[in-house]
Design a protein around this ligand. Structure first.
Ligand code: TNX
Length: 498
């Protein structure tokens, strides 16, 4: 069998030599940050403490592609060398997946690995607006994603159901627009200090936070703090149908919305007060965010006139660019004629695009931007894995099996994109049906591993390991390690679990 690694490395060579044995108190030396982390993880997995010899050596070199590493393991020792601190961190994640038990105890097989990511942007998203998650839960999500070599955490911080971050210029948002969530669940919000903790924890795992304030639609919560900024809800048949199917009633200006309909709310585009509001919230968000990206949403503005929508998203990208940040928007914003140059588009259509969404997405590239791929029928982690699963939605072509989450090729989604036009891949977890940390695990795992492989590993036709049959066995091998780390993954019948 292939090495039990996910995402699969760019290059692996099994060596015809005895394995490295961990039991004799092998020590970890070198780069102190990664060494501390590796010792802790090894002790958690093997249950034995590490020793003080030079068995495993960690180093950061000064050459090689960003985030790349090499790993050499043989009976006499293991050396992991990162081209930079992130590369070393990823080498350590790979090493942890290689640790296995045989009849003589814990060992690392003799291998030589040279690895580097395919895409610079490897993301996961957490929707903290439909349901709110505390800082510890977000940090646990960061650990999970980083162990699969993700390097961006997109936080969906506002939606119809709540505004989840305190901003100095607009304190009313946290005070009045954050108390509730979907159903009878409580809301919540992050203080600036909470957000700083998330940013710092993410950075310690080589992840950049990409905060999103969704607008002009998905803004009902704003009406709780600023009724004058919100247009009246547009109650369509779809909104009524969602209320009938899932409850929560119909949205009313100034009242919290607890349902899961979409597309009924809009800011009052063209109003100077709205322009001041948008400038204020992104100025505050930019000041709190060290990373290069601010996400402005722009999806499902179904209650908004198209011309006004176009002028609005163009204006917001100009505001964000003026703050020295790169705007990111859901792909619908590509329809606007005057987006700021370099705006990144996030595609959330299907793996086979319909309704002109590929064309709309290509427009970001025409204007000097790049594309993040989040095809909903493959990497939307909030879709049910099978029809009977208690959590999740099914709008993206029905349930998404692990196999379907795996069997797609990033370069084949939007025709006409060059490899370099694709910034990367992101797996979003929307939380309409997700209420607890255990729910997050159950929907995300194991399918998050498929998204991680699409983001990191070579293209599907470039390696014999990039096949469903190889992947399902390699994922199966992660089961015991995930369990040891407290990950409550879905024991999918598609996977031969170890
Ligand atoms: C579509 S994807 C949405 C979200 C929902 C999600 C549920 C996107 C940009 N918008 O508002 O939460 O479907 O799967």
């Amino acid at each position: 069998m292939s090495l039990p690694l996910v995402p699969y490395p760019a290059s692996t060579t099994a060596l015809d030599e005895p394995a490295f044995r961990l039991d004799a108190g092998a020590g970890v030396t070198g780069d102190e940050t990664c060494a501390t982390l590796l010792r802790r993880e090894l002790e958690a997995v093997t249950g034995t403490t590490t020793g003080s010899d030079e068995g495993i050596r960690l180093a950061v070199a000064t050459d090689g592609a960003p985030e790349s590493y090499t790993l050499d393991a043989a009976a006499h020792g293991v050396v992991v060398t990162g081209a930079d601190p992130a590369g070393l961190f990823y080498g350590v994640q790979t090493l942890l997946q290689l640790v296995a038990r045989d009849e003589d105890g814990w060992r690392i097989p003799a291998v030589r690995i040279a690895d580097r990511p395919r895409f610079a942007y490897r993301g996961v998203m957490l929707d903290v607006a439909r349901h709110f998650f505390d800082v510890d839960t977000v940090c646990a999500w960061i650990d999970r994603a980083a162990s699969l070599k993700a390097n961006h955490l997109h936080l969906h911080l506002s939606d119809d159901q709540g505004w989840r971050i305190a901003l100095a210029s607009r304190p009313e948002l946290a005070e009045r627009a954050s108390a509730t969530a979907i159903g009878a669940d409580e809301g919540g919000w992050y203080t600036a200090a909470d957000y700083a903790r998330i940013v710092a924890y993410a950075a310690s795992r080589h992840m950049t936070v990409v905060p999103e304030l969704d607008m002009p639609g998905h803004t009902h919560a704003v009406s709780l703090a600023y009724p004058a900024l919100a247009a009246a809800p547009v109650i369509t048949d779809e909104v009524r149908a969602a209320a009938d199917a899932f409850g929560g009633g119909l949205p009313r200006t100034g009242e919290p919305y607890r349902g899961l309909a979409v597309g009924f709310s809009s800011l009052r585009i063209g109003d100077d007060e709205v322009d001041r509001f948008v400038t204020d919230v992104f100025t505050d968000l930019a000041a709190l965010t060290p990373g290069p990206y601010l996400h402005l949403g722009g999806d499902e503005a179904l209650g908004t006139d198209p011309a006004r929508y176009a002028s609005f998203v163009a204006r917001v990208t100009e505001i964000i660019t003026g703050l020295g940040k790169t705007p990111v928007a859901w792909h619908e914003a590509g329809a606007a004629d005057h987006l700021a140059a370099g705006t990144i588009g996030q595609y959330w259509g299907f793996t086979t695009p319909v309704d002109g969404s590929a064309e709309t997405t290509r427009r970001f590239v025409t204007r000097g931007g790049r594309i993040i791929l989040s095809p909903a029928d493959a990497v939307y982690l909030d879709m049910k894995p099978d029809a009977d699963f208690p959590l999740g939605l099914t709008w993206a072509n029905g349930p998404t099996s692990v196999r379907r989450a795996y069997e797609w090729e990033p370069s084949a989604v939007i025709e006409g994109l060059a490899e370099d036009d694709i910034l990367g891949v992101e797996a979003p977890l929307w939380t309409e049906t997700v209420r607890t940390a255990a729910d997050i695990d159950a929907l995300a795992f194991p399918r998050i591993a498929a998204a991680a492989e699409a983001a990191w590993s070579p293209p599907t036709d470039a390696s014999p390991e990039r096949t469903w049959d190889s992947f399902r066995h390699r994922v199966g091998a992660q089961g015991p390690r995930w369990a040891a780390r407290g990950i409550r993954f879905h024991v999918s019948p598609e996977i031969p679990w170890a």
